[in-house]
Write a protein that binds this ligand. Structure first.
Ligand SMILES: [Zn+2]
Length: 233
Protein backbone atom coordinates (compact mmCIF):
# COMPACT_ATOMS: atom_id res chain seq x y z
CA UNK A 1 0.00 0.00 0.00
CA UNK A 2 1.42 3.30 -1.03
CA UNK A 3 0.96 6.61 0.73
CA UNK A 4 -0.67 8.26 -2.18
CA UNK A 5 -3.28 10.93 -1.66
CA UNK A 6 -3.60 11.06 -5.41
CA UNK A 7 -5.75 13.98 -6.28
CA UNK A 8 -6.97 14.67 -9.74
CA UNK A 9 -7.17 18.27 -10.78
CA UNK A 10 -9.99 18.71 -13.25
CA UNK A 11 -9.44 21.05 -16.13
CA UNK A 12 -12.40 22.66 -17.84
CA UNK A 13 -12.81 22.47 -21.59
CA UNK A 14 -10.40 24.70 -23.47
CA UNK A 15 -11.39 28.14 -24.66
CA UNK A 16 -13.75 29.09 -21.88
CA UNK A 17 -12.54 32.03 -19.83
CA UNK A 18 -12.51 31.22 -16.13
CA UNK A 19 -12.84 34.71 -14.71
CA UNK A 20 -15.46 35.06 -12.03
CA UNK A 21 -18.39 36.69 -13.76
CA UNK A 22 -18.83 38.99 -10.79
CA UNK A 23 -15.23 40.13 -10.87
CA UNK A 24 -14.43 43.47 -12.46
CA UNK A 25 -11.93 42.83 -15.21
CA UNK A 26 -10.03 46.09 -15.14
CA UNK A 27 -6.27 45.46 -15.12
CA UNK A 28 -5.91 47.39 -11.86
CA UNK A 29 -7.82 44.70 -10.00
CA UNK A 30 -5.76 41.82 -11.28
CA UNK A 31 -3.06 40.40 -9.07
CA UNK A 32 0.54 40.82 -10.10
CA UNK A 33 1.74 38.08 -12.42
CA UNK A 34 4.49 37.14 -10.03
CA UNK A 35 2.07 35.52 -7.59
CA UNK A 36 -0.19 33.83 -10.04
CA UNK A 37 -2.78 34.17 -12.72
CA UNK A 38 -5.50 36.08 -10.90
CA UNK A 39 -8.16 34.76 -13.24
CA UNK A 40 -8.72 31.67 -11.08
CA UNK A 41 -8.87 33.39 -7.71
CA UNK A 42 -12.20 34.46 -6.27
CA UNK A 43 -12.78 38.12 -5.64
CA UNK A 44 -11.65 38.92 -2.10
CA UNK A 45 -14.45 39.85 0.26
CA UNK A 46 -17.15 37.73 -1.37
CA UNK A 47 -19.17 34.79 -0.07
CA UNK A 48 -18.00 31.38 -1.14
CA UNK A 49 -20.99 29.09 -0.82
CA UNK A 50 -20.57 25.35 -0.32
CA UNK A 51 -22.97 22.42 -0.54
CA UNK A 52 -22.95 18.64 -0.69
CA UNK A 53 -24.56 17.16 -3.78
CA UNK A 54 -25.27 13.70 -2.43
CA UNK A 55 -26.60 14.13 1.13
CA UNK A 56 -23.82 12.39 3.05
CA UNK A 57 -24.39 11.49 6.69
CA UNK A 58 -24.41 14.40 9.11
CA UNK A 59 -21.28 12.98 10.69
CA UNK A 60 -19.41 13.05 7.38
CA UNK A 61 -20.67 16.54 6.53
CA UNK A 62 -19.58 17.83 9.94
CA UNK A 63 -16.15 16.25 9.58
CA UNK A 64 -15.55 17.76 6.13
CA UNK A 65 -16.91 21.18 7.07
CA UNK A 66 -14.78 21.39 10.21
CA UNK A 67 -11.63 20.79 8.17
CA UNK A 68 -12.60 23.18 5.36
CA UNK A 69 -13.19 25.88 7.96
CA UNK A 70 -9.53 25.71 9.00
CA UNK A 71 -8.85 27.84 5.91
CA UNK A 72 -11.26 30.58 7.05
CA UNK A 73 -8.88 32.62 9.28
CA UNK A 74 -6.43 33.06 6.41
CA UNK A 75 -8.73 34.19 3.61
CA UNK A 76 -10.87 37.22 3.03
CA UNK A 77 -13.75 35.10 1.73
CA UNK A 78 -16.85 34.22 3.71
CA UNK A 79 -17.37 30.48 3.70
CA UNK A 80 -21.00 29.46 4.09
CA UNK A 81 -23.07 26.33 3.60
CA UNK A 82 -25.93 26.78 1.17
CA UNK A 83 -28.30 24.86 -1.07
CA UNK A 84 -26.84 22.96 -4.00
CA UNK A 85 -28.61 25.37 -6.35
CA UNK A 86 -26.78 28.36 -4.86
CA UNK A 87 -23.41 26.78 -4.07
CA UNK A 88 -20.28 27.66 -6.03
CA UNK A 89 -18.38 24.74 -4.47
CA UNK A 90 -20.38 21.53 -4.73
CA UNK A 91 -18.93 18.49 -3.01
CA UNK A 92 -19.63 14.87 -3.83
CA UNK A 93 -18.63 12.09 -1.45
CA UNK A 94 -19.80 9.16 -3.57
CA UNK A 95 -16.72 8.33 -5.63
CA UNK A 96 -13.49 7.10 -4.13
CA UNK A 97 -11.25 9.72 -5.75
CA UNK A 98 -10.29 13.13 -4.47
CA UNK A 99 -10.75 15.70 -7.22
CA UNK A 100 -11.31 19.40 -7.64
CA UNK A 101 -11.48 22.20 -10.13
CA UNK A 102 -9.06 25.06 -9.53
CA UNK A 103 -10.64 28.22 -8.09
CA UNK A 104 -13.16 29.92 -10.37
CA UNK A 105 -12.95 27.10 -12.90
CA UNK A 106 -15.76 25.74 -10.70
CA UNK A 107 -18.05 28.33 -12.30
CA UNK A 108 -17.80 26.45 -15.60
CA UNK A 109 -19.30 23.29 -14.14
CA UNK A 110 -22.98 22.77 -15.07
CA UNK A 111 -25.41 23.71 -12.28
CA UNK A 112 -25.93 21.03 -9.67
CA UNK A 113 -22.93 18.94 -10.71
CA UNK A 114 -20.02 18.47 -8.27
CA UNK A 115 -16.99 20.72 -8.52
CA UNK A 116 -15.09 18.64 -5.94
CA UNK A 117 -15.02 15.06 -4.72
CA UNK A 118 -13.84 13.87 -1.34
CA UNK A 119 -13.39 10.14 -1.61
CA UNK A 120 -11.60 9.59 1.70
CA UNK A 121 -13.62 9.03 4.85
CA UNK A 122 -12.93 9.99 8.49
CA UNK A 123 -10.73 7.35 10.02
CA UNK A 124 -8.58 7.21 6.89
CA UNK A 125 -5.22 8.68 7.91
CA UNK A 126 -5.25 10.83 4.76
CA UNK A 127 -8.77 12.21 5.25
CA UNK A 128 -7.76 15.48 6.86
CA UNK A 129 -4.98 16.10 4.34
CA UNK A 130 -7.32 15.33 1.44
CA UNK A 131 -10.01 17.78 2.56
CA UNK A 132 -7.53 20.60 3.22
CA UNK A 133 -5.79 19.87 -0.10
CA UNK A 134 -8.94 19.74 -2.23
CA UNK A 135 -10.29 22.92 -0.70
CA UNK A 136 -6.91 24.52 -1.39
CA UNK A 137 -7.58 23.78 -5.07
CA UNK A 138 -11.03 25.34 -4.71
CA UNK A 139 -9.30 28.48 -3.46
CA UNK A 140 -7.05 28.51 -6.53
CA UNK A 141 -3.97 26.75 -5.16
CA UNK A 142 -2.15 24.42 -7.55
CA UNK A 143 0.06 21.41 -6.82
CA UNK A 144 3.19 22.38 -4.93
CA UNK A 145 5.17 19.38 -6.24
CA UNK A 146 4.70 20.91 -9.71
CA UNK A 147 6.33 24.16 -8.60
CA UNK A 148 8.92 25.04 -11.25
CA UNK A 149 11.66 24.94 -8.59
CA UNK A 150 10.68 21.58 -7.12
CA UNK A 151 13.26 19.56 -9.11
CA UNK A 152 12.02 16.24 -7.75
CA UNK A 153 14.19 13.33 -8.94
CA UNK A 154 11.19 11.29 -10.08
CA UNK A 155 11.46 7.64 -10.94
CA UNK A 156 8.89 8.14 -13.67
CA UNK A 157 8.49 4.49 -14.79
CA UNK A 158 7.76 3.55 -11.16
CA UNK A 159 5.19 6.34 -10.78
CA UNK A 160 3.41 5.36 -14.01
CA UNK A 161 3.36 1.70 -13.02
CA UNK A 162 2.28 2.16 -9.40
CA UNK A 163 -0.50 4.61 -10.09
CA UNK A 164 -1.79 2.63 -13.02
CA UNK A 165 -1.87 -0.56 -10.95
CA UNK A 166 -3.29 0.96 -7.82
CA UNK A 167 -5.68 3.57 -9.18
CA UNK A 168 -6.03 2.81 -12.85
CA UNK A 169 -4.77 6.25 -13.78
CA UNK A 170 -3.55 6.66 -17.32
CA UNK A 171 -0.33 8.34 -18.36
CA UNK A 172 -1.94 11.66 -19.24
CA UNK A 173 -3.60 12.01 -15.81
CA UNK A 174 -0.31 11.17 -14.11
CA UNK A 175 1.63 13.61 -16.30
CA UNK A 176 -0.90 16.36 -15.57
CA UNK A 177 -0.92 15.81 -11.79
CA UNK A 178 2.71 14.90 -11.14
CA UNK A 179 5.20 15.97 -13.74
CA UNK A 180 3.91 18.92 -15.71
CA UNK A 181 5.57 22.04 -14.26
CA UNK A 182 3.07 24.79 -13.66
CA UNK A 183 2.68 27.19 -16.49
CA UNK A 184 4.69 30.37 -15.97
CA UNK A 185 1.48 32.34 -15.67
CA UNK A 186 0.74 30.40 -12.48
CA UNK A 187 4.13 31.15 -10.96
CA UNK A 188 3.98 31.91 -7.29
CA UNK A 189 6.23 34.49 -5.77
CA UNK A 190 6.86 32.10 -2.89
CA UNK A 191 9.72 29.61 -3.03
CA UNK A 192 9.05 25.89 -3.30
CA UNK A 193 7.57 24.57 -0.04
CA UNK A 194 7.88 20.88 0.83
CA UNK A 195 5.54 21.40 3.80
CA UNK A 196 2.66 22.73 1.68
CA UNK A 197 -0.69 21.01 2.05
CA UNK A 198 -0.71 21.16 -1.75
CA UNK A 199 2.30 18.82 -2.00
CA UNK A 200 1.67 15.11 -2.57
CA UNK A 201 3.31 12.74 -0.14
CA UNK A 202 6.09 11.15 -2.19
CA UNK A 203 7.51 7.81 -1.21
CA UNK A 204 11.21 7.21 -1.55
CA UNK A 205 10.65 4.43 -4.08
CA UNK A 206 8.98 6.92 -6.44
CA UNK A 207 12.23 8.86 -6.73
CA UNK A 208 15.80 8.18 -7.72
CA UNK A 209 18.09 8.35 -4.73
CA UNK A 210 17.09 9.33 -1.22
CA UNK A 211 14.25 11.75 -1.69
CA UNK A 212 10.82 11.71 -0.11
CA UNK A 213 8.11 13.92 1.33
CA UNK A 214 5.92 12.64 4.14
CA UNK A 215 2.18 13.24 4.23
CA UNK A 216 1.55 16.90 5.10
CA UNK A 217 -1.66 17.15 7.11
CA UNK A 218 -1.65 20.83 7.96
CA UNK A 219 -1.84 24.14 6.13
CA UNK A 220 1.82 25.23 6.11
CA UNK A 221 3.15 28.62 7.18
CA UNK A 222 3.80 29.45 3.55
CA UNK A 223 0.32 28.28 2.51
CA UNK A 224 -1.03 30.74 5.08
CA UNK A 225 1.12 33.55 3.69
CA UNK A 226 0.01 32.81 0.16
CA UNK A 227 -3.68 32.60 1.17
CA UNK A 228 -3.39 35.99 2.85
CA UNK A 229 -1.68 37.40 -0.22
CA UNK A 230 -4.33 36.29 -2.70
CA UNK A 231 -7.30 37.02 -0.41
CA UNK A 232 -6.17 40.16 1.45
CA UNK A 233 -8.27 41.74 4.16
ZN1 LIG B 1 -4.44 18.08 -5.81
Amino acid sequence: MTTSCFCKVIQPAQGVPSADASQPSSPARRLPRSVGDGSKFWRAGQWLSIAFTDAPTQELQDAIEAIIWEWQPYINLYLAMSSVADAKIRISTRITENTSYIGTDALKVPAGEPTMSIGNKPGNPEFRAAVLHEFGHALGFEHEHQHPEANIPWNKPMVYRLYAEQYGHDKSAIDLNFFTPLNTKHLRSAPYDRKSIMHYPIENRLTNGEWEVKLNSDISEQDIEFARLIYPK
